[in-house]
Design a protein around this ligand. Sequence first.
Ligand SMILES: Nc1nc2c(ncn2[C@@H]2O[C@H](COP(=O)(O)OP(=O)(O)O)[C@@H](O)[C@H]2O)c(=O)[nH]1
Ligand SMILES: [Mg+2]
Length: 393
Amino acid sequence: MFLKKQFGCDYTIALAGNPNVGKTSIFNNLTGMHQHTGNWPGKTVSNAYGMCEHNGKNYLLVDLPGTYSLMSNSAEEEIARNYICFGNADICVVVVDATCLERNLNLVFQVLEMTPNVIVCVNLLDEAKKKSIEIDLDKLSKLLKVPVVGTIANKPKTLKKLLEVIHSTLTDSKKDTSSVSLPITYDKKVEDYINVLEGDIKDILPSTKKYLSRWIALKMLDENSSINDALKSNLNIDLQNDVYIQEKIDKIKSDLENENLSLSSLRDKIVFNIMAKAEEIRKETCTFADSKYNLKTRKIDKILTSKKFGIPIMLVFLAVIFWITITGANYPSRLLSDFFGFIQDKLLILFDNLHVPSFWTNILIYRYVSDCYLGCVCYASAYGNLLPVIYFA
Ligand SMILES: Nc1nc2c(ncn2[C@@H]2O[C@H](COP(=O)(O)OP(=O)(O)O)[C@@H](O)[C@H]2O)c(=O)[nH]1
Ligand SMILES: [Mg+2]
């Protein structure tokens, strides 16, 4: 409400999504602004605001930081999560990368649990076409139970379609936002515990935020402490000190203990359900013209991220990086030294033959050439020292 008044607009549209899926490109092309686009994660760390007009209505677009999840494990995730949950946007457009839909669906599921008005924007369709990936957008829309639009960020025609879908979703008077059916159902045990908590949470929430009850229940099962702080500061609700809800959480914990389980085992079930659903939807909606496409990368991914090989491979990489930093860097350093020594000798002979005064020989050869050498070595060693930092980042 506050933002709408401040910017004098009719509707607020949030743009959420993984990093590098084209949120800022869509934002810039729709608003005519020039926010930086880039191709590394975590670049957009605050919300950017811009206006655009369509069908006589003014829209305020909010470009949220790119995140892979909304668990609030980082500043970006917290900013995006708080805006989606408490920012009162009229629509949240989740931008996904058409070339890797499955990975992006994790965030789509999370946003669907947080807000009722969601549109999924499948961007980078041109890149998907290059890789012979076809996505059945209608089927995706049916499976996700929300409108889906395909876009190419720099093609105005596709963005116009996006605005049309936003407009029709906003003016769809028949839409019931109080109980939207979600595409994902968790393991029976998880669903049972959500039901145990959801009623009480719903009673505490203000009428405009009842929708959040299921997601909050899920986060409580996930022992996500930052949700309490967010609820306190945005809705003035303190679940941590709510006796009824804490009693129920304790009961759930003791039930689980009796079965030799814990809340973290529920978390594993939740993650497994999300991954399985994402894979199922990708299989039903994406077709690869080349059936072997991605096969090699997937195989490598499976090995590199497996429990068995992931950590040993990481340790080997780290050992190699430390070796390069401590010992390996000496080899190029020696080569550089030989190279500049060779140039220095040749120049000394040349200057001698030309009878250049020793003053200039000192400045131009002894100082300048050795400075070049030192510069190269410093640059190489600084880069070498940065390698472990780059790896960890
Ligand atoms: N080919 C192609 N490139 C795109 C498209 N959308 C964005 N990009 C490029 O993808 C990169 C990341 O885009 P950006 O808007 O910064 O993504 P963000 O991190 O989600 O905000 C930039 O180099 C864009 O030019 C698209 O639809 N097609
Ligand atoms: Mg961006």
